[in-house]
Each structure stands twice: as C-alpha cells, then as structure tokens.
Write a protein that binds this ligand. Structure first.
Ligand code: FAD
Length: 431
C-alpha cells in the first residue's frame, strides 16, 4: 500500500511507525474525549470578513458548506467573559481601577478631566498591548472581532463538502506562493511545486512548506474519510450517509495519480504532527495551569484533569522536532524569522478567501492552531518555561494565550491526530 510509509520523518528524529503507534493507541482516544468538552467545543470566528486579496469569488451555495452558528444563550456563561475576572485582571483593568480609587479624594470637577485622561492612557496601553501581541503572533485572530460568532464544532464537523475547482485551487496556490520568501536565481515556483526541489530551499523554508503541505494532506484525508456516500435513492428519506471513500483517497494520494508525490504529502502530515506535538510539550507547564474556565466547576475540573493526562502522555514521548536549529541570531536570521511570521500571517488572512463556509471555519481553526504552535516555538516567550518551572515568579501576562489560541491549538492537533488514525483505516481497507 502506498500509504504504508516507512523510515524517519524528514527533519525529525522519529520513525513513522513509532508515531502511528503512539498516536493511535495513546493520543487519539484521549483527544477524542477531550474535544467533546465545552471549553474546546465552542469556537469564536468571523466567517463574514471579505477576502483581502481578490473580490470576484462567489460563495458556495451547497448545503454541506453551510455553518450553523450558536445563539448567545447556548454559549456557557464563562466563555462569554473569556476568563474568570480575578485571574485575568490585565494591566488595563488594573489601571482603570487604580485611577478610580485615586479620584475619590479629588474634587468632583476634576473627575471628568481625570476620566478623559485615563481613557486616553488606557486606549494607548491597549494599542501597545495589541501591537506587542501582533508582533509575536503568527496569525490574525478573530477573538475580539465584533462580527465574530460562536460555532459549535461538534455540530459542524469537517468533512466532504464538494468545494473544489478554481476557487479552491486559487486558495491553495496562494498559500503555497507564500513559501517564496525571496526571489531566487532561476527559481520557478511552478517547477518547485511540481518537482519539489526542496533541496533548493533553506531549512526554514522547507519547514514552512512541509507544514502547509501536511495541513493540506490532513484536510484532504478528512474529506476522503468522511465522504458523502449517498442520499436520496436507497437511503431513508432525508438521511445522508457519510463514510470513507477509498477510491477518492487513492486518487488523491497514490503515486500513479500524483506524479509520485502523494506519499510525500502524507509524510508531511507526520511532520506537522511532530511540530505541533513539540509546541504542546513546550507549552505544557503553562497549559497545565490553565483553568479552562466555562463557569461550570465540575466540568472545568474534568477538563483540567483530561488536559494534564494528555500532556503527560505527550511529554513521555520526548521531543522529535528541534526548533532551536532554526533561526540563528545573525541579522539575516532575525530578518528571515520576521518574514516567516509575516508569510504565515498572510496564510491566515487567505482563509477569508475560502469560498465555502465550512471549509473556511476549519481552515481558520487549523491555520490558527498551527500559528499558535509556531508562536510557542519561535516567539521566545515560552523558552524560559523550560528552565523555570515556577510560573509564579514570572510575569503571567507574558505567557498568556487567548482562549481562541488554546482552542485552535488543541483542535488543530486533534485534526492531525484524527488524520493519522484514519490513514490506518485506509491501510486496512486496502489490505
Ligand atoms: P487540491 O487539493 O485542490 O490540490 C491542488 C493541487 O495541489 C493538486 O493538484 C496537487 O498538485 C497539489 N497538492 C495536493 N495535495 C497536496 C499536498 N498535501 N501537498 C502539496 N501539494 C499538494 N473540501 C472539502 O470537501 N471539505 C473541507 O473541509 C475542505 N476544506 C478546505 C479548506 C481549505 C483551506 C481549502 C483551500 C480547501 C478545502 N477543501 C475542502 C477543498 C479541498 O482541499 C480540495 O481543494 C478540493 O477537493 C479539490 O481537490 P483537487 O483534487 O482538485 O486538489
């Protein structure tokens, strides 16, 4: 079977069959139950933002592209406030509280002036905080977007939608074009895509390409594993049957139909899995202390325990992707890192050009999850956690991830884990 892969995963120190066993037996069952929890189930996203790169795209009208959003009353109370207030007293809240207390002793006439000044300072602080976050972020987040709405991911599963043709190809091509960091002598993107002259690229560019290709392979594996097998004739009225489609899988990944590339794309799926796994292991000390606050105490406790259990399993596997080999500290390397971040941010913006809402939802979630993993690995903010396990002595704000970053990180990793699990199903079907 072409999907029975062997050997070491490129740029990593781990074999394919080791990952298969680790994922299918230890990680996948844990993630499957964790992702049912309320904290991870509701994702805030703006699916209405116009495409910033081209405008002539028509929206997919197919029923399977539709996303059902949640009315506010169905969202757990704790999620709407994002964090328990006592935990999240960020600088801006603290500042306004202190100003109000100070003002009590002042003459009433001064109140208006004080308030105006404090609002201005507060605004400036918020602006700088947003700026600081943006310079570290590898993605453009929707969390604070006024138009963002909550979506129940369990009611809108990622699966075959029928989205294809020019629109889908334009999005994938634009995403791969982001890998062209600098114009190279005699470098043609088409030849690179076709023949994958990866040896012409530097390590950082190869990592970028493999991550995107692994994500692409994962999305396409899902649509083959949860394919529309039929409705109407032969099925109970109104019932739709979903399941694996081996032919579709073969068409997308066999060497005969992909110019020999299919198995490489599947190998890239294992690569991105190890990248996100490493990010989770690196952020484990931080995630182990997260409250996963939804407002329901017993539910939140269960979620904390389930996350700790998953992180223990992840840590026991060891690190197989070494991010410290990337981006040295020369002036050129610093510039390359900035470019890397900017190009990845562009990919998250390209998601607003996906013409099918369901694909856009899962595309945003998975690129934001990968962006969060890259932030953990490369922003430098999480490096000290390895040396200093005591977060108490550090500035907690420095390590804060927004809820949507945590939700997308764990869900994105859940999708990769699911793809590797489904790959095994396809192997067995082929046998
Ligand atoms: P495509 O998958 O569109 O690929 C285009 C070309 O890229 C291929 O011809 C090949 O040369 C190359 N290629 C393919 N795979 C890889 C890889 N892994 N690495 C490198 N190069 C590769 N459809 C659904 O049914 N459900 C979804 O949830 C869904 N989500 C999507 C999310 C996004 C962000 C996008 C852009 C598309 C999504 N689609 C989804 C559409 C789906 O990915 C395909 O684009 C579509 O099915 C058409 O497939 P295709 O065979 O024409 O090749």
């Amino acid at each position: 079977c072409f999907c029975q892969l062997y050997g070491t995963i490129d740029e990593c120190s781990c074999n394919i069959d080791t990952v298969d066993h680790f994922n299918n037996v230890r990680v996948y069952p844990r993630l499957k139950s964790l992702l049912l929890k309320d904290y991870f189930r509701f994702y805030k996203v703006n699916l209405k933002r116009p495409c910033p790169f081209w405008s002539d795209d028509s929206k997919c009208a197919m029923k399977d592209c539709h996303v059902q959003t949640c009315p506010p009353e169905e969202i757990p109370e704790g999620l709407k406030g994002q964090r328990r207030p006592s935990v999240s007293a960020g600088p801006s809240q603290k500042y306004s509280k202190r100003t109000n207390e100070d003002c009590e002793t002042h003459h009433n006439d001064l109140d208006y002036l004080n308030k105006t000044i404090s609002e201005k300072v507060q605004k400036d602080m918020q602006m700088w905080e947003a700026y600081d976050d943006a310079t570290d972020n590898f993605c453009v987040l929707d969390e604070n977007d006024q138009e963002a709405e909550y979506v129940d991911l369990l009611l809108n599963p990622e699966r075959y939608t029928g989205y294809s043709g020019e629109s889908a190809h334009r999005v994938w091509t634009s995403i791969y074009l982001e890998n062209c960091f600098r114009p190279k002598k005699s470098f043609s993107f088409n030849s690179y895509i076709q023949s994958h002259k990866l040896n012409e690229l530097c390590l950082e560019e190869r990592v970028f390409y493999r991550s995107v290709s692994g994500l692409h392979a994962s999305i396409n594996t899902h649509l083959c594993a949860d394919y529309l097998l039929g409705n109407g004739n032969g099925f109970a009225l109104g019932k739709t049957k979903w399941g694996p489609n081996l032919e579709e899988f073969r068409r997308r990944f066999s060497p005969e139909t992909t110019n020999g590339e299919g198995p490489n794309w599947l190998r890239n799926l294992y690569f991105i899995y190890l990248v996100e796994l490493r990010a989770l292991a690196k952020a484990a000390p931080y995630l182990e202390r997260e409250e996963f606050y939804t407002g329901d105490e017993s539910n939140d406790w269960d979620t904390q325990m389930a996350v700790k259990d998953l992180l223990n399993v992840i840590k026991s596997f060891g690190d197989h992707f070494d991010e410290t080999t990337m981006f040295g500290d020369t002036e050129q390397a610093v510039k390359l890192k900035q470019e890397f971040r900017q190009h990845f941010r562009n990919i998250t913006r390209i998601m607003d050009c996906v013409g099918c809402d369901k694909c856009r939802l899962w595309g945003k979630l998975q690129t934001n999850g990968l962006g969060t993993a890259l932030k953990i690995l490369f922003s430098g903010k999480f490096d000290r956690l390895i040396d200093n396990r005591s977060l108490d002595s550090l500035n907690k704000k420095e390590f804060q991830l927004q809820r949507s970053e945590i939700v997308s990180l764990i869900n994105a990793f859940g999708r990769l884990s699911n793809s590797i699990y489904k790959l095994d199903d396809f192997r067995q079907m082929m046998r």
